[in-house]
Design a protein around this ligand. Structure first.
Ligand SMILES: [Zn+2]
Length: 209
Protein backbone atom coordinates (compact mmCIF):
# COMPACT_ATOMS: atom_id res chain seq x y z
CA UNK A 1 0.00 0.00 0.00
CA UNK A 2 1.49 3.36 -0.95
CA UNK A 3 1.39 6.30 1.45
CA UNK A 4 -0.96 8.18 -0.90
CA UNK A 5 -3.20 5.22 -1.01
CA UNK A 6 -3.24 5.11 2.75
CA UNK A 7 -4.68 8.60 2.90
CA UNK A 8 -6.82 8.80 -0.20
CA UNK A 9 -7.78 5.38 -1.41
CA UNK A 10 -8.22 1.84 -0.27
CA UNK A 11 -7.28 -1.62 -1.37
CA UNK A 12 -9.31 -4.66 -2.27
CA UNK A 13 -9.56 -6.77 0.90
CA UNK A 14 -9.18 -9.94 -1.15
CA UNK A 15 -6.33 -9.34 -3.61
CA UNK A 16 -4.81 -6.14 -2.19
CA UNK A 17 -5.04 -4.26 -5.51
CA UNK A 18 -5.93 -0.58 -5.42
CA UNK A 19 -9.67 -0.25 -5.41
CA UNK A 20 -12.25 2.41 -4.63
CA UNK A 21 -14.49 -0.16 -3.02
CA UNK A 22 -13.64 -2.68 -0.33
CA UNK A 23 -13.60 -5.34 -3.01
CA UNK A 24 -12.29 -4.72 -6.55
CA UNK A 25 -14.40 -5.42 -9.60
CA UNK A 26 -12.26 -8.42 -10.67
CA UNK A 27 -12.76 -10.15 -7.33
CA UNK A 28 -16.42 -9.14 -7.12
CA UNK A 29 -17.09 -10.65 -10.54
CA UNK A 30 -15.73 -13.99 -9.32
CA UNK A 31 -18.45 -14.23 -6.66
CA UNK A 32 -21.38 -15.99 -8.26
CA UNK A 33 -24.50 -14.89 -6.43
CA UNK A 34 -27.54 -17.16 -6.28
CA UNK A 35 -30.65 -15.54 -7.79
CA UNK A 36 -32.69 -13.17 -5.61
CA UNK A 37 -34.89 -14.98 -3.03
CA UNK A 38 -33.32 -18.34 -3.95
CA UNK A 39 -33.60 -21.18 -1.42
CA UNK A 40 -33.08 -24.90 -0.84
CA UNK A 41 -35.64 -26.97 1.05
CA UNK A 42 -34.64 -29.15 3.99
CA UNK A 43 -37.47 -31.52 4.83
CA UNK A 44 -35.51 -33.55 7.40
CA UNK A 45 -34.53 -30.60 9.62
CA UNK A 46 -36.24 -28.41 12.22
CA UNK A 47 -35.76 -25.49 9.85
CA UNK A 48 -37.34 -25.84 6.42
CA UNK A 49 -35.51 -23.54 4.01
CA UNK A 50 -31.95 -22.38 3.52
CA UNK A 51 -31.46 -18.98 1.85
CA UNK A 52 -27.83 -18.81 0.67
CA UNK A 53 -26.25 -15.69 -0.79
CA UNK A 54 -23.49 -17.37 -2.79
CA UNK A 55 -21.78 -20.75 -3.24
CA UNK A 56 -18.41 -21.23 -1.58
CA UNK A 57 -15.32 -20.48 -3.64
CA UNK A 58 -11.83 -19.10 -3.18
CA UNK A 59 -12.90 -15.44 -3.11
CA UNK A 60 -15.79 -16.07 -0.72
CA UNK A 61 -13.54 -18.12 1.52
CA UNK A 62 -10.95 -15.32 1.70
CA UNK A 63 -13.59 -12.67 2.38
CA UNK A 64 -15.15 -14.63 5.22
CA UNK A 65 -11.81 -15.66 6.66
CA UNK A 66 -10.48 -12.10 6.67
CA UNK A 67 -13.67 -10.85 8.23
CA UNK A 68 -13.67 -13.42 11.04
CA UNK A 69 -10.02 -13.93 11.80
CA UNK A 70 -8.03 -10.94 10.53
CA UNK A 71 -10.14 -8.21 12.09
CA UNK A 72 -11.43 -6.69 8.84
CA UNK A 73 -14.62 -5.61 10.55
CA UNK A 74 -15.53 -3.28 7.71
CA UNK A 75 -16.31 -6.31 5.53
CA UNK A 76 -19.54 -6.63 7.54
CA UNK A 77 -20.88 -3.69 5.50
CA UNK A 78 -20.34 -5.56 2.24
CA UNK A 79 -22.16 -8.62 3.52
CA UNK A 80 -25.05 -6.63 4.97
CA UNK A 81 -25.49 -4.65 1.76
CA UNK A 82 -25.63 -7.86 -0.29
CA UNK A 83 -28.03 -9.56 2.13
CA UNK A 84 -30.41 -6.61 1.93
CA UNK A 85 -30.10 -6.53 -1.83
CA UNK A 86 -30.99 -10.22 -2.22
CA UNK A 87 -33.21 -10.99 0.79
CA UNK A 88 -34.69 -7.76 2.16
CA UNK A 89 -38.34 -8.80 1.86
CA UNK A 90 -37.55 -12.30 3.12
CA UNK A 91 -35.76 -10.97 6.23
CA UNK A 92 -38.51 -8.45 6.83
CA UNK A 93 -41.18 -11.17 6.81
CA UNK A 94 -39.92 -12.86 10.01
CA UNK A 95 -40.69 -11.82 13.58
CA UNK A 96 -37.09 -12.44 14.67
CA UNK A 97 -33.66 -12.88 13.10
CA UNK A 98 -31.34 -15.05 15.17
CA UNK A 99 -27.60 -14.60 14.61
CA UNK A 100 -25.88 -17.88 15.52
CA UNK A 101 -24.26 -17.25 18.90
CA UNK A 102 -20.59 -17.92 19.46
CA UNK A 103 -19.08 -18.87 22.80
CA UNK A 104 -18.45 -15.89 25.07
CA UNK A 105 -14.71 -16.65 25.19
CA UNK A 106 -14.50 -16.60 21.41
CA UNK A 107 -16.55 -13.40 21.22
CA UNK A 108 -14.22 -11.71 23.71
CA UNK A 109 -11.15 -12.84 21.78
CA UNK A 110 -12.58 -11.70 18.43
CA UNK A 111 -14.24 -8.62 19.86
CA UNK A 112 -17.52 -9.22 18.08
CA UNK A 113 -20.02 -11.86 16.97
CA UNK A 114 -19.60 -11.92 13.21
CA UNK A 115 -23.21 -12.75 12.33
CA UNK A 116 -24.72 -10.25 14.77
CA UNK A 117 -22.53 -7.43 13.47
CA UNK A 118 -23.63 -8.04 9.86
CA UNK A 119 -27.31 -7.89 10.84
CA UNK A 120 -26.79 -4.72 12.85
CA UNK A 121 -24.97 -3.10 9.92
CA UNK A 122 -27.91 -4.10 7.74
CA UNK A 123 -30.32 -2.20 9.97
CA UNK A 124 -31.93 -5.24 11.60
CA UNK A 125 -31.11 -4.48 15.25
CA UNK A 126 -34.80 -4.19 16.12
CA UNK A 127 -35.52 -7.78 15.04
CA UNK A 128 -32.52 -9.50 16.59
CA UNK A 129 -33.15 -12.44 18.89
CA UNK A 130 -30.15 -12.69 21.21
CA UNK A 131 -31.71 -14.53 24.17
CA UNK A 132 -29.75 -17.63 23.30
CA UNK A 133 -26.28 -18.55 24.50
CA UNK A 134 -23.64 -20.99 23.44
CA UNK A 135 -22.59 -22.60 26.70
CA UNK A 136 -19.90 -24.95 25.58
CA UNK A 137 -16.97 -24.10 23.36
CA UNK A 138 -16.96 -26.53 20.42
CA UNK A 139 -14.49 -27.57 17.79
CA UNK A 140 -14.94 -25.77 14.48
CA UNK A 141 -17.68 -27.69 12.66
CA UNK A 142 -15.82 -27.57 9.35
CA UNK A 143 -12.95 -29.51 10.94
CA UNK A 144 -15.20 -32.42 11.88
CA UNK A 145 -14.98 -35.18 9.32
CA UNK A 146 -18.21 -37.10 9.80
CA UNK A 147 -21.84 -36.04 10.11
CA UNK A 148 -22.07 -38.03 13.35
CA UNK A 149 -19.04 -36.17 14.70
CA UNK A 150 -20.61 -32.85 13.76
CA UNK A 151 -23.84 -33.79 15.50
CA UNK A 152 -22.11 -34.95 18.69
CA UNK A 153 -19.91 -31.84 18.69
CA UNK A 154 -22.88 -29.47 18.74
CA UNK A 155 -25.50 -31.36 20.78
CA UNK A 156 -26.88 -29.48 23.80
CA UNK A 157 -24.49 -26.54 23.56
CA UNK A 158 -27.16 -23.86 23.08
CA UNK A 159 -29.52 -22.54 25.72
CA UNK A 160 -32.42 -20.09 25.42
CA UNK A 161 -32.88 -17.86 28.48
CA UNK A 162 -36.14 -17.99 30.43
CA UNK A 163 -37.25 -14.62 29.15
CA UNK A 164 -36.26 -15.73 25.65
CA UNK A 165 -38.48 -18.82 25.82
CA UNK A 166 -41.51 -16.53 26.33
CA UNK A 167 -40.69 -14.70 23.11
CA UNK A 168 -40.38 -17.78 20.93
CA UNK A 169 -43.93 -19.10 21.07
CA UNK A 170 -45.97 -18.45 17.90
CA UNK A 171 -43.24 -16.29 16.38
CA UNK A 172 -41.31 -16.92 13.17
CA UNK A 173 -37.52 -17.13 13.11
CA UNK A 174 -34.83 -16.69 10.51
CA UNK A 175 -31.53 -18.08 11.82
CA UNK A 176 -28.45 -16.45 10.30
CA UNK A 177 -25.03 -18.10 10.03
CA UNK A 178 -22.00 -17.16 7.96
CA UNK A 179 -21.24 -20.54 6.42
CA UNK A 180 -23.02 -23.84 6.72
CA UNK A 181 -21.84 -27.23 5.57
CA UNK A 182 -24.51 -29.68 6.71
CA UNK A 183 -26.74 -27.28 8.65
CA UNK A 184 -26.11 -29.20 11.89
CA UNK A 185 -25.43 -26.12 14.03
CA UNK A 186 -28.50 -24.25 12.79
CA UNK A 187 -30.59 -27.40 13.20
CA UNK A 188 -29.57 -27.67 16.84
CA UNK A 189 -30.75 -24.07 17.40
CA UNK A 190 -33.90 -24.72 15.36
CA UNK A 191 -34.66 -27.71 17.60
CA UNK A 192 -34.82 -25.44 20.66
CA UNK A 193 -37.04 -22.96 18.83
CA UNK A 194 -39.30 -25.75 17.57
CA UNK A 195 -39.86 -27.18 21.05
CA UNK A 196 -40.52 -23.69 22.42
CA UNK A 197 -43.35 -23.32 19.90
CA UNK A 198 -41.89 -21.21 17.09
CA UNK A 199 -44.38 -20.90 14.22
CA UNK A 200 -41.80 -21.04 11.42
CA UNK A 201 -38.02 -21.55 11.30
CA UNK A 202 -35.71 -21.02 8.33
CA UNK A 203 -32.01 -20.39 7.81
CA UNK A 204 -30.14 -17.71 5.90
CA UNK A 205 -26.40 -18.01 5.25
CA UNK A 206 -23.74 -16.11 3.41
CA UNK A 207 -22.46 -19.28 1.85
CA UNK A 208 -22.92 -23.04 1.54
CA UNK A 209 -19.64 -24.91 1.79
ZN1 LIG B 1 -9.50 -7.79 -5.68
Amino acid sequence: MSILNYFFGSNCVVCGKESEDKICLDCFNKIKFFPKDFYFERKDFYFKKIYPLFPYNNIVSQLIHKYKFDDYRSISKLFSTWLNQYFYEIIDSYDYILPVPIHIKKEKARGFNQTELILKEGGWSGKLFVDIKKNISTKQQSLMISDVGRKKNIENVFEISESGVELVKNNSFLIFDDVTTTGTTANEIAKHLYFCGASKIDLMVLSLA
